[in-house]
Write a protein that binds this ligand. Structure first.
Ligand SMILES: Nc1ncnc2c1ncn2[C@@H]1O[C@H](COP(=O)(O)OP(=O)(O)OP(=O)(O)O)[C@@H](O)[C@H]1O
Ligand SMILES: Nc1nc2c(ncn2[C@@H]2O[C@H](COP(=O)(O)O)[C@@H](O)[C@H]2O)c(=O)[nH]1
Length: 298
């Protein structure tokens, strides 16, 4: 039997829902570029791979102003220089325009290249709630050849956290002593609140035995390790999107609204520093992210 056509108002309602969803998807992508969760190059790659996707449907004007430090005046000058019409969508760029835009991005925002001569000291950093602890725990469970460093911290244990396994929970006086005695490879006050530090002894012993060591620490600590051990391998863990990062932080349910806001402010700063790292890994699924990181140890 022939299908009865929908009344026009049903089609219009469906089309309007699709348009709203598409607008939301484009707005989410703009946020991802603005917060540096994805690079402009990555967004352009997605647009060119699938012109019908949300990335492909994004206007070049929106794309350029999503990039931090590009305002409307600069955007218009760039489009003029590249000879691209402001009404163009990313997925509709011609081959000459694609190349021009790609070269502009590569010159202005170069993506990091891994350095040669890396050591077995692996540092994992990334914004709050991206899943560093979860991925590190998966590595501990499935890659016993990698030793996971246990940090000292002045913060109180969360329910279920075990002293000596998740952290060494110490008071301020003991943390001062660890610093004074040079027992920490690095330390930092994280999220402007508590102090965290990496005990030096167990790491040096494990490296001397030829083992790989993984530190799950914040950006300030990663920078200190880079200064102390320039051949360390620095890995930055990225969320699949900014909205997913916020969902993970809220979903974890371990911070109140004020603390979440504080952590998200730090997250923006940390995301902006990702090019200091040797590798960037997206934590889409825990298994895949953990395997990618473990593979960097060899
Ligand atoms: N790949 C993933 N997919 C979905 N949820 C995830 C994934 N990885 C981690 N999570 C969840 O996200 C939340 C945050 O993870 P986790 O506590 O490991 O983050 P973190 O980076 O160590 O955070 P912080 O720096 O604030 O300590 C947890 O609820 C965890 O279960
Ligand atoms: N610089 C260091 N940062 C560390 C260390 N151990 C953990 N961390 C980071 O602290 C925050 C918050 O951790 P949470 O357990 O309170 O949620 C997180 O980003 C960790 O990576 C360390 O030894 N040094």
């Amino acid at each position: 039997m022939a299908e009865r056509p929908h009344p026009p108002e049903v089609d219009r309602a469906a089309a309007s829902r699709r348009a709203v969803a598409a607008r939301r998807a484009r707005a989410a992508l703009k946020k991802d570029v603005a917060t540096r969760v994805i690079s402009p190059q990555e967004l352009l790659r997605r647009a060119l791979a699938d012109p019908d996707s949300a990335a492909g449907a994004m206007r070049v004007t929106d794309f350029l102003t999503a990039i931090p430090a590009i305002g409307e005046n600069k955007r218009d000058r760039i489009l003029q220089d590249l000879d691209i019409s402001p009404v163009k969508k990313l997925g509709g760029l011609g081959s000459r325009q694609r190349l021009a835009l790609q070269s502009f991005l590569d010159a202005r925002l170069p993506e990091p290249q891994p350095r040669a001569g890396r050591s077995r000291l692996l540092v994992l950093a990334g914004p709050t709630a991206v899943g560093k602890g979860t991925v590190a725990a998966h590595i501990r469970a499935h890659h016993p050849e990698i030793m996971l460093s246990v940090s000292a911290t002045t913060r109180a244990p969360r329910p279920g956290e075990v002293d000596g396994q998740h952290y060494y929970f110490v008071d301020d006086a003991e943390f001062d002593r660890l610093i004074a005695d040079g027992e920490l490879l690095e330390w930092a006050t994280v999220h402007n609140k508590h102090r965290y530090g990496t005990p030096r002894g167990p790491i040096e012993a494990a490296l001397a035995e030829g083992r790989t060591v993984l530190l799950e620490i914040d950006l300030q600590g990663a920078r200190q390790v880079r200064a102390a051990a320039p051949d360390a391998t620095l890995v930055f863990l990225l969320p699949p999107s900014w909205d997913e990062l916020v969902d993970r932080l809220v979903g974890r349910g371990t911070e109140d609204a004020e603390e979440r806001a504080r952590r998200l402010r730090t997250a923006r700063v940390e995301l902006a520093s990702q090019n200091e790292f040797d590798f960037r890994v997206v934590n889409d699924t825990v298994e895949q992210a953990a395997d990618e990181i473990a593979a960097l140890a060899h």
